[in-house]
Design a protein around this ligand. Sequence first.
Ligand code: NAD
Length: 252
Amino acid sequence: MLSGKRGLVVGIANEASIAAGCARAFAGAGAKLAATYLNEKALPYVKPVTDAFGCELLLPCDVRIPGQLDAVFERIGAQWGGLDFLLHAIAFAPAADLHGRVVDCSAEGFALAMDVSCHSFLRMARLAEPLMPNGGCLLTVTFYGSERVVAHYNLMGPVKAALESAVRYTAAELGAKGIRAHAISPGPIKTRAASGIAHFDELLAAEAAATPERQLVDIDDVGALAAFLVSDAARRVTGTIIPVDSGQHLMA
Ligand code: NAD
């Protein structure tokens, strides 16, 4: 389904990452992949994951460090001459701001969470645009705490709402070039980022009991949807926020 396509995966921390499930699905469908790691400390956890699917390029990328994201796209341009899709699966908020009330969050914490979790998607879209002369697909990952108040999701709620809006504007602005954009919205999955959300185990237990399918989703479920979205089969589908949550978004 993806043979001949070249993709960039940003957000693998370890084998439990949503980005790892997506990378596995992309590679399994025949895509050629580049991936990033946050820093040298993260590399020993990322490399075994990327080695397992034969990643061609593994590059450092902390989106807060000026120039690092640009360097990733420069290297891809030099090595591949183009890019067909990317996955942005990163988020961050300072613990002090994440664990308090949204109304109390600091301006600095809010700005940092928005920069890493939302504006970085727009920067990736801008850098990908010249590498996608024949179109492409940009994916990010959101959560239904953007629309509804989910206990303990706090600051990430407004940040994900902004990310979803950024996806819609990106899809509208780049659509004429054949560049599509989506946010996948998975139900809760136990990952390192999720462990930063207070009482996450309670959210998982409640979700498992209440979803129409009575099932939690896993990273391979997200990967299967991601592989479809970046494929030509989804060529007329853009600008959506797509739940993969066993039907939880239907419930009051
Ligand atoms: P994860 O901890 O495996 O991945 C988060 C990634 O963000 C890590 O690879 C980390 O290195 C990266 N990151 C953080 N700050 C960064 C920076 N400054 N520069 C570059 N990368 C940075 O957790 P995950 O759950 O796989 O998270 C991936 C995405 O999925 C996030 O956007 C998260 O909000 C979203 N999401 C997660 C869930 C869930 O329940 N786990 C549900 C819905 C959406």
